[in-house]
Design a protein around this ligand. Structure first.
Ligand code: PLP
Length: 582
Protein backbone atom coordinates (compact mmCIF):
# COMPACT_ATOMS: atom_id res chain seq x y z
CA UNK A 1 0.00 0.00 0.00
CA UNK A 2 1.47 3.41 -0.85
CA UNK A 3 1.27 6.39 1.51
CA UNK A 4 -1.65 8.00 -0.22
CA UNK A 5 -3.73 4.86 -0.03
CA UNK A 6 -2.73 4.36 3.56
CA UNK A 7 -4.09 7.83 4.33
CA UNK A 8 -7.27 7.20 2.47
CA UNK A 9 -8.07 3.87 4.04
CA UNK A 10 -6.70 4.34 7.49
CA UNK A 11 -8.30 7.23 9.30
CA UNK A 12 -7.73 7.16 13.02
CA UNK A 13 -10.41 8.45 15.34
CA UNK A 14 -10.13 12.08 16.22
CA UNK A 15 -13.31 13.59 17.52
CA UNK A 16 -14.34 11.13 20.14
CA UNK A 17 -14.46 13.24 23.31
CA UNK A 18 -12.34 11.07 25.56
CA UNK A 19 -10.04 9.55 23.01
CA UNK A 20 -6.91 10.88 24.74
CA UNK A 21 -7.74 9.34 28.05
CA UNK A 22 -8.72 6.17 26.31
CA UNK A 23 -5.51 6.01 24.33
CA UNK A 24 -3.37 6.54 27.45
CA UNK A 25 -5.21 3.72 29.07
CA UNK A 26 -4.68 1.46 26.09
CA UNK A 27 -0.96 2.05 26.50
CA UNK A 28 -1.25 0.83 30.06
CA UNK A 29 -3.40 -2.10 28.80
CA UNK A 30 -5.99 -1.40 31.49
CA UNK A 31 -8.95 0.50 30.24
CA UNK A 32 -11.16 0.71 33.30
CA UNK A 33 -10.65 4.35 34.08
CA UNK A 34 -10.49 5.53 30.53
CA UNK A 35 -13.76 4.86 28.84
CA UNK A 36 -16.54 5.00 31.28
CA UNK A 37 -18.85 2.08 31.64
CA UNK A 38 -21.48 4.25 29.97
CA UNK A 39 -19.39 4.60 26.84
CA UNK A 40 -18.32 1.07 25.93
CA UNK A 41 -16.81 -0.59 22.91
CA UNK A 42 -19.91 -2.06 21.26
CA UNK A 43 -19.74 -5.27 19.24
CA UNK A 44 -22.70 -6.25 17.08
CA UNK A 45 -23.29 -9.79 15.94
CA UNK A 46 -26.27 -11.69 14.54
CA UNK A 47 -24.67 -14.86 15.88
CA UNK A 48 -23.21 -15.59 19.28
CA UNK A 49 -21.99 -19.06 20.18
CA UNK A 50 -21.84 -19.07 23.95
CA UNK A 51 -23.58 -22.11 25.39
CA UNK A 52 -22.75 -21.32 29.00
CA UNK A 53 -24.88 -18.21 28.45
CA UNK A 54 -27.65 -20.13 26.69
CA UNK A 55 -26.88 -19.16 23.13
CA UNK A 56 -25.91 -21.70 20.54
CA UNK A 57 -24.56 -20.27 17.31
CA UNK A 58 -23.95 -21.83 13.93
CA UNK A 59 -20.16 -21.77 13.78
CA UNK A 60 -17.00 -19.72 13.75
CA UNK A 61 -18.60 -16.27 13.54
CA UNK A 62 -20.46 -16.84 16.80
CA UNK A 63 -17.55 -18.52 18.58
CA UNK A 64 -15.39 -15.53 17.69
CA UNK A 65 -17.98 -13.15 19.16
CA UNK A 66 -18.13 -15.07 22.44
CA UNK A 67 -14.34 -15.23 22.66
CA UNK A 68 -14.00 -11.51 21.93
CA UNK A 69 -16.26 -10.65 24.85
CA UNK A 70 -14.41 -12.99 27.21
CA UNK A 71 -11.08 -11.48 26.20
CA UNK A 72 -12.44 -7.95 26.74
CA UNK A 73 -13.52 -9.09 30.20
CA UNK A 74 -9.98 -10.32 30.98
CA UNK A 75 -8.40 -7.15 29.59
CA UNK A 76 -10.90 -5.04 31.54
CA UNK A 77 -12.18 -3.31 28.43
CA UNK A 78 -15.70 -1.88 28.92
CA UNK A 79 -17.47 -3.82 26.22
CA UNK A 80 -21.08 -4.45 25.27
CA UNK A 81 -22.02 -7.25 22.92
CA UNK A 82 -25.33 -6.81 21.13
CA UNK A 83 -27.10 -9.77 19.63
CA UNK A 84 -30.42 -11.58 19.26
CA UNK A 85 -31.54 -14.15 21.80
CA UNK A 86 -33.19 -16.87 19.71
CA UNK A 87 -35.94 -18.54 21.75
CA UNK A 88 -35.50 -21.83 19.92
CA UNK A 89 -32.63 -23.78 18.38
CA UNK A 90 -31.91 -27.05 16.66
CA UNK A 91 -29.97 -30.09 17.79
CA UNK A 92 -28.93 -32.78 15.36
CA UNK A 93 -28.94 -36.52 16.00
CA UNK A 94 -29.14 -39.82 14.11
CA UNK A 95 -32.26 -41.89 13.88
CA UNK A 96 -32.42 -45.08 11.79
CA UNK A 97 -29.37 -44.00 9.80
CA UNK A 98 -30.81 -40.55 9.04
CA UNK A 99 -29.76 -37.15 10.37
CA UNK A 100 -32.66 -35.59 12.24
CA UNK A 101 -32.89 -31.91 13.24
CA UNK A 102 -34.96 -31.29 16.31
CA UNK A 103 -36.12 -27.89 17.46
CA UNK A 104 -36.37 -27.07 21.13
CA UNK A 105 -37.06 -24.02 23.23
CA UNK A 106 -34.53 -21.99 25.19
CA UNK A 107 -35.53 -19.70 28.03
CA UNK A 108 -33.24 -16.76 28.75
CA UNK A 109 -34.23 -16.78 32.43
CA UNK A 110 -32.34 -20.07 32.78
CA UNK A 111 -29.09 -18.34 31.85
CA UNK A 112 -29.03 -15.32 34.13
CA UNK A 113 -30.52 -12.76 31.74
CA UNK A 114 -32.70 -10.03 33.18
CA UNK A 115 -35.50 -8.26 31.32
CA UNK A 116 -34.88 -4.50 31.22
CA UNK A 117 -37.93 -3.34 29.27
CA UNK A 118 -39.35 -3.49 25.78
CA UNK A 119 -38.58 -1.35 22.74
CA UNK A 120 -40.57 -1.09 19.52
CA UNK A 121 -39.55 -1.32 15.92
CA UNK A 122 -41.85 -0.81 12.93
CA UNK A 123 -42.07 -3.51 10.32
CA UNK A 124 -44.63 -4.30 7.65
CA UNK A 125 -47.20 -1.79 8.99
CA UNK A 126 -46.95 -3.21 12.51
CA UNK A 127 -45.39 -2.11 15.71
CA UNK A 128 -43.18 -4.98 16.88
CA UNK A 129 -42.32 -5.00 20.56
CA UNK A 130 -38.94 -6.51 21.41
CA UNK A 131 -37.83 -7.52 24.86
CA UNK A 132 -34.46 -6.12 25.85
CA UNK A 133 -32.56 -8.50 28.07
CA UNK A 134 -29.21 -8.08 29.72
CA UNK A 135 -26.53 -10.13 31.35
CA UNK A 136 -23.81 -8.19 33.11
CA UNK A 137 -20.30 -9.32 33.89
CA UNK A 138 -17.70 -7.28 35.72
CA UNK A 139 -16.44 -5.25 32.75
CA UNK A 140 -18.62 -6.45 29.91
CA UNK A 141 -22.22 -7.24 29.20
CA UNK A 142 -24.45 -8.97 26.70
CA UNK A 143 -27.49 -6.98 25.60
CA UNK A 144 -29.95 -8.91 23.49
CA UNK A 145 -33.30 -8.31 21.85
CA UNK A 146 -35.82 -11.09 21.60
CA UNK A 147 -39.48 -11.92 21.08
CA UNK A 148 -41.31 -15.24 20.81
CA UNK A 149 -41.60 -15.17 17.00
CA UNK A 150 -38.15 -13.91 16.11
CA UNK A 151 -37.32 -17.43 14.94
CA UNK A 152 -34.07 -19.37 14.95
CA UNK A 153 -30.60 -18.27 13.94
CA UNK A 154 -30.42 -18.16 10.13
CA UNK A 155 -34.08 -19.14 9.85
CA UNK A 156 -35.37 -18.84 6.30
CA UNK A 157 -33.22 -17.92 3.27
CA UNK A 158 -30.72 -15.09 3.21
CA UNK A 159 -32.41 -12.22 1.43
CA UNK A 160 -35.82 -13.22 2.82
CA UNK A 161 -38.22 -10.92 4.68
CA UNK A 162 -37.62 -12.87 7.86
CA UNK A 163 -33.86 -12.37 7.76
CA UNK A 164 -34.35 -8.67 7.09
CA UNK A 165 -36.71 -8.50 10.03
CA UNK A 166 -34.13 -10.16 12.32
CA UNK A 167 -31.38 -7.83 11.10
CA UNK A 168 -33.56 -4.73 11.54
CA UNK A 169 -34.56 -5.98 15.00
CA UNK A 170 -30.91 -6.26 16.02
CA UNK A 171 -29.87 -2.92 14.50
CA UNK A 172 -32.71 -0.59 15.44
CA UNK A 173 -33.88 -2.62 18.44
CA UNK A 174 -30.32 -2.99 19.71
CA UNK A 175 -29.61 0.71 19.30
CA UNK A 176 -32.72 1.53 21.33
CA UNK A 177 -31.64 -1.11 23.85
CA UNK A 178 -28.30 0.63 24.33
CA UNK A 179 -30.08 3.84 25.22
CA UNK A 180 -32.42 1.99 27.51
CA UNK A 181 -29.38 0.62 29.33
CA UNK A 182 -27.96 4.15 29.57
CA UNK A 183 -25.08 3.49 27.18
CA UNK A 184 -23.50 5.44 24.33
CA UNK A 185 -21.30 3.56 21.88
CA UNK A 186 -17.64 4.65 21.78
CA UNK A 187 -17.09 2.28 18.88
CA UNK A 188 -19.48 0.28 16.75
CA UNK A 189 -17.88 -2.91 15.51
CA UNK A 190 -20.04 -4.67 12.95
CA UNK A 191 -19.32 -8.40 12.92
CA UNK A 192 -20.40 -8.87 9.28
CA UNK A 193 -22.99 -6.89 7.34
CA UNK A 194 -26.08 -8.43 8.92
CA UNK A 195 -25.45 -5.85 11.66
CA UNK A 196 -25.38 -2.86 9.28
CA UNK A 197 -28.60 -1.42 10.73
CA UNK A 198 -26.86 -0.55 14.01
CA UNK A 199 -24.66 1.96 12.20
CA UNK A 200 -27.65 3.18 10.22
CA UNK A 201 -29.60 3.74 13.46
CA UNK A 202 -26.75 5.85 14.75
CA UNK A 203 -26.55 7.92 11.56
CA UNK A 204 -30.29 8.49 11.72
CA UNK A 205 -30.12 9.58 15.34
CA UNK A 206 -27.37 12.12 14.63
CA UNK A 207 -29.17 13.64 11.66
CA UNK A 208 -32.57 13.72 13.28
CA UNK A 209 -31.00 15.46 16.27
CA UNK A 210 -29.92 18.29 14.00
CA UNK A 211 -26.45 17.36 12.77
CA UNK A 212 -25.74 18.15 9.13
CA UNK A 213 -26.15 14.96 7.07
CA UNK A 214 -22.64 15.06 5.66
CA UNK A 215 -21.07 15.67 9.08
CA UNK A 216 -23.11 12.85 10.54
CA UNK A 217 -21.86 10.48 7.85
CA UNK A 218 -18.26 11.47 8.61
CA UNK A 219 -18.83 11.04 12.33
CA UNK A 220 -20.48 7.63 11.90
CA UNK A 221 -17.75 6.51 9.52
CA UNK A 222 -15.00 7.35 11.97
CA UNK A 223 -16.59 5.38 14.77
CA UNK A 224 -17.64 2.29 12.85
CA UNK A 225 -15.51 -0.75 12.12
CA UNK A 226 -16.81 -3.22 9.57
CA UNK A 227 -15.27 -6.67 10.06
CA UNK A 228 -15.65 -8.75 6.93
CA UNK A 229 -15.62 -12.57 7.04
CA UNK A 230 -16.76 -13.29 3.51
CA UNK A 231 -14.62 -13.43 0.41
CA UNK A 232 -16.83 -12.66 -2.50
CA UNK A 233 -19.21 -9.73 -2.56
CA UNK A 234 -21.04 -11.24 -5.53
CA UNK A 235 -22.15 -14.17 -3.37
CA UNK A 236 -23.94 -11.90 -0.90
CA UNK A 237 -27.75 -11.95 -0.85
CA UNK A 238 -29.63 -8.85 -1.98
CA UNK A 239 -32.68 -7.10 -0.65
CA UNK A 240 -35.20 -5.23 -2.79
CA UNK A 241 -36.29 -1.63 -2.38
CA UNK A 242 -39.78 -2.92 -1.73
CA UNK A 243 -38.50 -4.96 1.26
CA UNK A 244 -36.67 -1.88 2.58
CA UNK A 245 -39.83 0.23 2.26
CA UNK A 246 -41.64 -2.23 4.50
CA UNK A 247 -38.95 -3.12 7.06
CA UNK A 248 -36.30 -0.40 7.13
CA UNK A 249 -37.75 2.98 6.15
CA UNK A 250 -40.47 2.99 8.84
CA UNK A 251 -37.68 2.94 11.46
CA UNK A 252 -35.89 6.00 10.09
CA UNK A 253 -36.78 9.52 11.20
CA UNK A 254 -34.52 11.54 8.92
CA UNK A 255 -35.67 12.28 5.38
CA UNK A 256 -32.05 12.86 4.35
CA UNK A 257 -31.02 9.38 5.54
CA UNK A 258 -33.97 7.79 3.73
CA UNK A 259 -33.06 9.66 0.58
CA UNK A 260 -29.43 8.57 0.80
CA UNK A 261 -30.47 4.97 1.36
CA UNK A 262 -32.92 4.96 -1.57
CA UNK A 263 -30.19 6.36 -3.80
CA UNK A 264 -27.91 3.48 -2.85
CA UNK A 265 -30.07 0.92 -4.65
CA UNK A 266 -29.01 -0.32 -8.04
CA UNK A 267 -31.78 -1.66 -10.27
CA UNK A 268 -34.02 -1.80 -7.23
CA UNK A 269 -31.61 -4.07 -5.30
CA UNK A 270 -29.09 -3.57 -2.53
CA UNK A 271 -26.27 -5.56 -0.97
CA UNK A 272 -25.70 -4.56 2.63
CA UNK A 273 -21.91 -4.60 2.15
CA UNK A 274 -22.08 -1.68 -0.30
CA UNK A 275 -23.86 0.61 2.16
CA UNK A 276 -21.81 -0.69 5.11
CA UNK A 277 -18.67 0.37 3.27
CA UNK A 278 -20.16 3.86 2.85
CA UNK A 279 -20.65 4.43 6.57
CA UNK A 280 -17.72 2.47 8.03
CA UNK A 281 -14.34 3.95 7.34
CA UNK A 282 -12.55 1.31 9.40
CA UNK A 283 -12.63 -2.07 7.71
CA UNK A 284 -10.93 -5.27 8.65
CA UNK A 285 -10.51 -8.78 7.32
CA UNK A 286 -9.95 -11.76 9.60
CA UNK A 287 -6.58 -13.11 8.41
CA UNK A 288 -3.70 -11.77 6.33
CA UNK A 289 -4.65 -13.89 3.34
CA UNK A 290 -8.33 -13.02 3.60
CA UNK A 291 -7.72 -9.26 3.90
CA UNK A 292 -5.61 -9.47 0.75
CA UNK A 293 -7.98 -11.47 -1.42
CA UNK A 294 -11.43 -10.30 -0.27
CA UNK A 295 -12.92 -8.79 -3.39
CA UNK A 296 -15.17 -5.84 -2.51
CA UNK A 297 -16.06 -2.59 -4.23
CA UNK A 298 -17.73 0.54 -2.98
CA UNK A 299 -20.65 2.22 -4.73
CA UNK A 300 -18.28 4.25 -6.89
CA UNK A 301 -16.66 1.01 -8.06
CA UNK A 302 -13.36 1.38 -6.18
CA UNK A 303 -11.77 -1.69 -4.68
CA UNK A 304 -12.02 -1.73 -0.89
CA UNK A 305 -8.96 -2.32 1.28
CA UNK A 306 -9.23 -4.31 4.47
CA UNK A 307 -6.83 -4.09 7.39
CA UNK A 308 -5.71 -7.61 8.35
CA UNK A 309 -6.55 -8.45 11.94
CA UNK A 310 -6.34 -12.20 12.26
CA UNK A 311 -8.86 -13.85 14.54
CA UNK A 312 -7.64 -15.31 17.80
CA UNK A 313 -9.18 -17.53 20.46
CA UNK A 314 -9.66 -17.09 24.16
CA UNK A 315 -6.91 -19.42 25.34
CA UNK A 316 -8.37 -19.71 28.82
CA UNK A 317 -11.58 -21.15 27.36
CA UNK A 318 -10.03 -23.49 24.82
CA UNK A 319 -6.82 -24.79 26.37
CA UNK A 320 -6.59 -27.76 28.70
CA UNK A 321 -6.03 -26.10 32.13
CA UNK A 322 -2.71 -27.84 32.76
CA UNK A 323 -1.36 -26.81 29.34
CA UNK A 324 -2.45 -23.24 30.01
CA UNK A 325 -0.71 -23.37 33.38
CA UNK A 326 2.38 -24.68 31.67
CA UNK A 327 2.39 -21.69 29.29
CA UNK A 328 2.00 -19.30 32.22
CA UNK A 329 4.55 -20.97 34.50
CA UNK A 330 7.27 -21.52 31.93
CA UNK A 331 6.78 -17.98 30.65
CA UNK A 332 5.36 -18.15 27.12
CA UNK A 333 2.44 -16.14 28.42
CA UNK A 334 2.04 -13.79 31.38
CA UNK A 335 -0.64 -14.69 33.93
CA UNK A 336 -3.08 -12.41 32.08
CA UNK A 337 -2.19 -14.15 28.81
CA UNK A 338 0.01 -11.57 27.13
CA UNK A 339 2.61 -13.34 24.98
CA UNK A 340 6.16 -12.76 26.24
CA UNK A 341 8.85 -11.45 23.92
CA UNK A 342 11.10 -14.44 24.43
CA UNK A 343 8.35 -17.07 24.19
CA UNK A 344 10.33 -18.86 21.48
CA UNK A 345 13.19 -19.57 23.89
CA UNK A 346 10.73 -20.54 26.60
CA UNK A 347 9.25 -23.20 24.34
CA UNK A 348 12.44 -25.18 24.78
CA UNK A 349 11.08 -26.20 28.17
CA UNK A 350 8.36 -28.20 26.43
CA UNK A 351 9.53 -31.82 26.15
CA UNK A 352 8.01 -34.85 24.48
CA UNK A 353 7.29 -36.26 27.97
CA UNK A 354 5.25 -33.15 28.77
CA UNK A 355 3.37 -33.43 25.50
CA UNK A 356 2.54 -37.10 26.12
CA UNK A 357 1.47 -36.42 29.71
CA UNK A 358 -0.81 -33.58 28.63
CA UNK A 359 -2.37 -35.82 26.01
CA UNK A 360 -3.10 -38.55 28.57
CA UNK A 361 -4.86 -35.97 30.69
CA UNK A 362 -6.63 -34.51 27.66
CA UNK A 363 -7.83 -37.94 26.68
CA UNK A 364 -9.56 -38.35 30.04
CA UNK A 365 -11.31 -35.03 29.45
CA UNK A 366 -12.35 -36.26 26.00
CA UNK A 367 -13.68 -39.55 27.38
CA UNK A 368 -15.75 -37.61 29.91
CA UNK A 369 -17.26 -35.43 27.20
CA UNK A 370 -17.86 -38.33 24.80
CA UNK A 371 -20.36 -39.81 27.27
CA UNK A 372 -22.82 -37.16 26.04
CA UNK A 373 -22.08 -37.63 22.33
CA UNK A 374 -23.05 -41.07 21.00
CA UNK A 375 -21.69 -42.02 17.58
CA UNK A 376 -23.75 -42.81 14.47
CA UNK A 377 -24.81 -46.15 15.95
CA UNK A 378 -25.80 -44.67 19.30
CA UNK A 379 -22.68 -46.10 20.97
CA UNK A 380 -20.53 -44.25 23.49
CA UNK A 381 -16.86 -44.19 22.45
CA UNK A 382 -14.08 -44.37 25.02
CA UNK A 383 -10.36 -44.27 24.20
CA UNK A 384 -7.24 -45.66 25.85
CA UNK A 385 -4.18 -43.48 26.51
CA UNK A 386 -2.20 -45.18 23.73
CA UNK A 387 -4.95 -45.06 21.10
CA UNK A 388 -4.13 -42.83 18.17
CA UNK A 389 -6.83 -40.34 17.14
CA UNK A 390 -7.25 -38.16 14.06
CA UNK A 391 -10.12 -35.72 14.06
CA UNK A 392 -11.97 -33.70 11.50
CA UNK A 393 -14.34 -31.39 13.36
CA UNK A 394 -16.07 -28.56 11.56
CA UNK A 395 -19.33 -27.53 10.00
CA UNK A 396 -20.26 -29.98 7.28
CA UNK A 397 -20.08 -27.63 4.30
CA UNK A 398 -18.81 -28.05 0.79
CA UNK A 399 -15.67 -25.94 0.86
CA UNK A 400 -14.30 -27.56 4.02
CA UNK A 401 -14.21 -30.89 2.14
CA UNK A 402 -15.03 -33.42 4.86
CA UNK A 403 -15.01 -36.12 2.16
CA UNK A 404 -11.45 -35.51 0.93
CA UNK A 405 -9.84 -38.12 3.24
CA UNK A 406 -12.31 -40.69 1.86
CA UNK A 407 -11.41 -40.27 -1.81
CA UNK A 408 -9.35 -43.46 -1.66
CA UNK A 409 -11.00 -45.47 1.07
CA UNK A 410 -8.62 -48.43 0.73
CA UNK A 411 -5.63 -46.16 1.18
CA UNK A 412 -7.10 -44.50 4.26
CA UNK A 413 -7.97 -47.89 5.65
CA UNK A 414 -4.46 -49.25 5.13
CA UNK A 415 -2.85 -46.26 6.86
CA UNK A 416 -5.19 -46.38 9.85
CA UNK A 417 -4.84 -50.16 10.11
CA UNK A 418 -1.07 -50.05 10.34
CA UNK A 419 -1.23 -48.03 13.56
CA UNK A 420 -4.70 -49.25 14.65
CA UNK A 421 -5.64 -45.56 14.55
CA UNK A 422 -9.09 -43.98 14.91
CA UNK A 423 -10.63 -41.24 12.81
CA UNK A 424 -13.36 -39.07 14.33
CA UNK A 425 -15.55 -37.04 12.03
CA UNK A 426 -17.93 -34.50 13.48
CA UNK A 427 -19.80 -31.46 12.19
CA UNK A 428 -23.36 -30.37 11.70
CA UNK A 429 -25.01 -30.13 8.30
CA UNK A 430 -26.72 -26.79 7.63
CA UNK A 431 -30.46 -27.05 7.90
CA UNK A 432 -31.76 -27.79 4.41
CA UNK A 433 -28.36 -28.41 2.76
CA UNK A 434 -29.57 -31.51 0.90
CA UNK A 435 -26.29 -31.98 -0.96
CA UNK A 436 -24.34 -32.30 2.28
CA UNK A 437 -26.97 -34.51 3.94
CA UNK A 438 -26.50 -36.77 0.92
CA UNK A 439 -22.72 -36.71 1.11
CA UNK A 440 -22.74 -37.52 4.82
CA UNK A 441 -25.15 -40.38 4.23
CA UNK A 442 -22.85 -41.73 1.54
CA UNK A 443 -19.82 -41.57 3.85
CA UNK A 444 -21.71 -43.29 6.65
CA UNK A 445 -22.72 -46.06 4.26
CA UNK A 446 -19.13 -46.49 3.11
CA UNK A 447 -18.05 -46.85 6.72
CA UNK A 448 -20.88 -49.22 7.52
CA UNK A 449 -19.94 -51.53 4.64
CA UNK A 450 -16.50 -52.31 6.05
CA UNK A 451 -15.76 -54.03 9.36
CA UNK A 452 -12.49 -52.19 9.99
CA UNK A 453 -13.87 -48.75 9.14
CA UNK A 454 -16.92 -49.47 11.23
CA UNK A 455 -14.79 -49.96 14.31
CA UNK A 456 -12.26 -47.18 13.57
CA UNK A 457 -14.03 -44.34 11.76
CA UNK A 458 -16.63 -42.63 13.91
CA UNK A 459 -19.17 -39.94 13.14
CA UNK A 460 -20.48 -37.82 16.01
CA UNK A 461 -23.62 -35.81 15.27
CA UNK A 462 -24.48 -32.60 17.13
CA UNK A 463 -21.01 -31.06 17.02
CA UNK A 464 -20.76 -28.11 19.41
CA UNK A 465 -18.30 -26.17 21.58
CA UNK A 466 -17.96 -28.83 24.20
CA UNK A 467 -17.12 -31.52 21.69
CA UNK A 468 -14.71 -29.15 19.93
CA UNK A 469 -12.95 -28.60 23.24
CA UNK A 470 -12.85 -32.31 24.08
CA UNK A 471 -11.36 -33.29 20.73
CA UNK A 472 -8.75 -30.51 20.83
CA UNK A 473 -7.64 -31.77 24.23
CA UNK A 474 -7.80 -35.48 23.52
CA UNK A 475 -6.87 -36.27 19.95
CA UNK A 476 -3.40 -36.45 18.38
CA UNK A 477 -3.85 -34.92 14.96
CA UNK A 478 -6.38 -32.44 13.57
CA UNK A 479 -7.25 -32.29 9.87
CA UNK A 480 -8.32 -29.04 8.19
CA UNK A 481 -8.84 -29.06 4.41
CA UNK A 482 -10.64 -25.97 3.12
CA UNK A 483 -10.33 -25.24 -0.60
CA UNK A 484 -7.54 -22.66 -0.69
CA UNK A 485 -9.03 -19.18 -0.86
CA UNK A 486 -12.35 -20.01 0.74
CA UNK A 487 -11.68 -20.07 4.50
CA UNK A 488 -11.59 -16.52 5.82
CA UNK A 489 -9.71 -17.53 8.95
CA UNK A 490 -11.02 -20.57 10.81
CA UNK A 491 -10.49 -20.97 14.52
CA UNK A 492 -10.93 -24.72 15.15
CA UNK A 493 -7.34 -25.33 14.12
CA UNK A 494 -6.21 -22.75 16.68
CA UNK A 495 -7.70 -24.85 19.49
CA UNK A 496 -5.67 -27.81 18.21
CA UNK A 497 -2.42 -25.87 18.07
CA UNK A 498 -2.98 -24.55 21.61
CA UNK A 499 -3.55 -28.10 22.84
CA UNK A 500 -0.41 -29.53 21.20
CA UNK A 501 -2.05 -31.59 18.45
CA UNK A 502 -0.31 -31.89 15.13
CA UNK A 503 -2.08 -29.92 12.43
CA UNK A 504 -2.58 -31.23 8.91
CA UNK A 505 -3.94 -28.38 6.80
CA UNK A 506 -4.19 -26.65 3.48
CA UNK A 507 -2.53 -23.23 3.39
CA UNK A 508 -5.60 -21.11 3.86
CA UNK A 509 -7.25 -18.64 6.22
CA UNK A 510 -5.33 -17.87 9.40
CA UNK A 511 -3.10 -20.93 8.86
CA UNK A 512 -1.56 -19.00 5.95
CA UNK A 513 -0.42 -16.29 8.40
CA UNK A 514 2.39 -18.78 9.09
CA UNK A 515 4.83 -20.49 6.73
CA UNK A 516 4.04 -23.80 5.05
CA UNK A 517 6.84 -25.41 7.08
CA UNK A 518 5.19 -24.63 10.40
CA UNK A 519 2.68 -27.49 10.20
CA UNK A 520 1.89 -30.53 8.04
CA UNK A 521 0.95 -28.77 4.84
CA UNK A 522 -1.36 -30.24 2.22
CA UNK A 523 -0.96 -28.73 -1.20
CA UNK A 524 -1.00 -29.80 -4.82
CA UNK A 525 -1.69 -28.53 -8.29
CA UNK A 526 -5.10 -30.17 -8.37
CA UNK A 527 -7.37 -32.03 -6.02
CA UNK A 528 -5.87 -35.44 -6.83
CA UNK A 529 -2.43 -34.11 -5.88
CA UNK A 530 -3.86 -32.68 -2.67
CA UNK A 531 -5.37 -36.04 -1.80
CA UNK A 532 -2.00 -37.70 -2.36
CA UNK A 533 -0.29 -35.11 -0.14
CA UNK A 534 -2.97 -35.61 2.50
CA UNK A 535 -2.33 -39.36 2.78
CA UNK A 536 1.39 -38.73 3.03
CA UNK A 537 0.81 -36.23 5.81
CA UNK A 538 -1.42 -38.65 7.68
CA UNK A 539 1.35 -41.26 7.59
CA UNK A 540 3.93 -38.67 8.55
CA UNK A 541 1.86 -37.55 11.54
CA UNK A 542 1.81 -41.11 12.85
CA UNK A 543 5.57 -41.45 12.55
CA UNK A 544 6.14 -38.07 14.24
CA UNK A 545 4.11 -39.19 17.24
CA UNK A 546 6.19 -42.36 17.42
CA UNK A 547 9.44 -40.45 17.83
CA UNK A 548 10.22 -38.21 20.81
CA UNK A 549 12.60 -35.91 18.99
CA UNK A 550 10.27 -35.39 16.03
CA UNK A 551 7.28 -34.81 18.27
CA UNK A 552 9.06 -32.18 20.33
CA UNK A 553 10.40 -30.50 17.22
CA UNK A 554 7.08 -30.42 15.37
CA UNK A 555 5.00 -29.21 18.29
CA UNK A 556 7.52 -26.50 19.17
CA UNK A 557 7.64 -25.39 15.55
CA UNK A 558 3.85 -25.08 15.40
CA UNK A 559 3.79 -23.06 18.61
CA UNK A 560 6.71 -20.86 17.57
CA UNK A 561 4.80 -19.78 14.50
CA UNK A 562 1.26 -19.80 15.73
CA UNK A 563 1.18 -18.69 19.39
CA UNK A 564 1.20 -15.02 18.32
CA UNK A 565 -1.47 -15.73 15.70
CA UNK A 566 -3.94 -17.63 17.88
CA UNK A 567 -3.73 -15.35 20.91
CA UNK A 568 -7.06 -13.62 21.46
CA UNK A 569 -5.37 -11.00 23.61
CA UNK A 570 -3.24 -10.14 20.58
CA UNK A 571 -6.40 -9.89 18.46
CA UNK A 572 -8.23 -7.49 20.76
CA UNK A 573 -5.07 -5.39 21.22
CA UNK A 574 -4.79 -5.18 17.42
CA UNK A 575 -8.40 -4.00 17.17
CA UNK A 576 -7.83 -1.40 19.86
CA UNK A 577 -4.63 -0.20 18.20
CA UNK A 578 -6.40 0.09 14.86
CA UNK A 579 -9.38 1.91 16.34
CA UNK A 580 -7.51 4.34 18.54
CA UNK A 581 -4.05 4.79 17.07
CA UNK A 582 -2.99 8.32 16.34
C1 PLP B 1 -14.31 -23.37 17.25
C2 PLP B 1 -15.61 -23.74 16.70
C3 PLP B 1 -15.95 -23.37 15.40
C4 PLP B 1 -15.02 -22.61 14.51
O1 PLP B 1 -15.02 -23.21 13.29
P1 PLP B 1 -14.10 -22.82 12.07
O2 PLP B 1 -14.78 -23.45 10.96
O3 PLP B 1 -12.75 -23.36 12.32
O4 PLP B 1 -14.11 -21.33 12.01
C5 PLP B 1 -17.20 -23.75 14.92
N1 PLP B 1 -18.07 -24.45 15.66
C6 PLP B 1 -17.77 -24.81 16.91
C7 PLP B 1 -18.76 -25.58 17.70
C8 PLP B 1 -16.53 -24.48 17.48
O5 PLP B 1 -16.25 -24.83 18.74
Amino acid sequence: MNDEEELYYYHPLENIEDVDIFYDAVERKKLTKAISEERPYTYWTIELYDQTNGIRGGGGLGVLAADTRRIAEQMEVPFTLLTIFYPSEYTQFMKDGEIVDEKHKVDYHDFGFRLIDTVNIRCNDCLCPLEVIEKKFKHTRILAVTEPNIGELYADMSGSDHRLYQEVALGFGGYAALKLAGLKPAIIQLNEVATFFAALARLDELVSNGMDFYEAVVYTRKHTLYTNHTLVQAAEAEFSIEQFERYVMPNLKSLAVKKWLRNSFEHGKIKLSTVTIEIAELRSGVSKFHARVANYHDLAGNKVKFKAITNGIDLSTWTLPSILEFYQNSGEFSPDLVLSEDFRQKLEFLTSDDIRDFKIEGREVLNGILKDYPDQYGNILQFQPDDFIFDFKRRFVDYKRPDLPFRDVERLKAILKKRDAHYILTGRVHLGDTRMYGLLKYLLKTIDNDAFLKSHVHYLPNYDEKLAYGLSCGSNVAINLPIVGLEACGTSWMKDVANLNLLISTHDGGVADGSINAYLNVSGSDEAAEVEALYQRIEEAISIWDNDFDLEDSVRRQLTTFLPVISGTRMLSDYIDYLFSK
